[in-house]
Structures are given as C-alpha cells and as structure tokens.
Design a protein around this ligand. Sequence first.
Ligand SMILES: C[S@@+](CC[C@H](N)C(=O)[O-])C[C@H]1O[C@@H](n2cnc3c(N)ncnc32)[C@H](O)[C@@H]1O
Length: 195
Amino acid sequence: MPGDKALFGNAVREAKKLVEKVVRPGNICLDATCGSGQDTEFLAQLVGANGRVYAFDVQKVALDQTLSRLNSGNLTDRITLIHDGHHHLTKHVSDQLSCVMFNLGYLPGGNKQITTKPETTIEALEQATKILRPWGLITMVIYTGHPGGEEEAASVEDWVSDLEQTRWIVVRLTYPNWQQYPPYLLAVQKRGGVM
Ligand SMILES: C[S@@+](CC[C@H](N)C(=O)[O-])C[C@H]1O[C@@H](n2cnc3c(N)ncnc32)[C@H](O)[C@@H]1O
C-alpha cells in the first residue's frame, strides 16, 4: 500500500539515496574512506563500465577487503584503489568529481585506534570541494561514539557552517530518538555555475 513503509533508513542508507540522485553512468566519484568497500562497490555499480571510482584508505587491510568485494562483483575494471590518506586527495586525483563519500571513524572489525581525524578530514573536504563538479555532492556519515568522534564531528560541523550559502547547499539528517550515538548524515552540494 502506498505510504505504508518507513521513509527513512540509517545515515548510510540515506547517503546512498542522495548519491543515487546525482551520479550517472560514466561519472567519476570518490570514496574517501573505503573500509570494507561497501560504498566503493555501490559507487562502482552506479558509474557503470565507463565510469571510475577512486577509493582511499590508510590501511592495506581495508584496501584488500575492498578489492576482494569488487572482484566478487566483477567491478575492478572501473576502480582505482589508493593506499594513502584522503588529505592527499589532489595528489592522486585531478578529475572533476560527481560525488565524494566519507564514512568517518574506524574500520568495523578492524583496529579501533586507526580512525579518521579532524585535521585530515577537513583537509580532504577542502580538496574535494575544489574538484567537485557543479551540482556535485559530498556525503559524510559521522560517528560520535568512539574516542575523538565528538571532536571530529565538531570540526566538520564548523567546516560546513562556514561554507558560503550562495555557493553550497548543506543539510544535516540526525536521529534524535535513537539510542547510543547513532551515526548521522551531513551532505553538501555545490550549486551550479560555481567552480
Ligand atoms: C567507517 S570506516 C569506512 C567504512 C566503509 N565506507 C565501508 O563501506 O566499509 C573508516 C575508514 O577510514 C579509514 N581512514 C582513517 N583515516 C583515514 C585517512 N586519513 N584517509 C583515508 N582513510 C582513512 C579507516 O582505515 C577505515 O577503514
């Protein structure tokens, strides 16, 4: 029956819904924190055989997991895996990007000490904005439940608050009645005509 289902999923699901609205076959996208590769796989499916997805992670174990996932889906032809911090984004990528996905925090099931950090996350965001195409999208899934998570969230909140309103659309999706630090979503879209 129409109107008889949940309108909203978790922050990861809602990020993907936005990304689906923006990314077209043949586009170039970036996963700034590939982890086990779920977002990379999702982007690879959206861009199709003629598109490209760059995927960063500082941990080889994460890149290995991502590669294995992509191998299973026959998607490796359109992927560039980069074993480096996302704050070196423009050292590796100069293409105009349609979408950049950040999923902050630590690798689930991995070393919880290796997390994204405020300074490097902000630097990566700065660089991403420079090569994002008009109407391109940046999504950030943000976790506050681990040590350093609140500080990183605060830095990212400060950063998005400073984005000029005439050039950027910024939205936040939070889950006020969820228990135990639910991840939430920040999304930033570059307005058309803005480079
Ligand atoms: C929450 S996980 C990402 C989950 C992933 N999106 C997925 O679908 O499985 C965060 C990842 O960010 C990585 N990371 C931490 N600092 C980083 C940095 N400076 N640059 C790139 N990746 C980083 C971690 O190694 C970890 O794998």
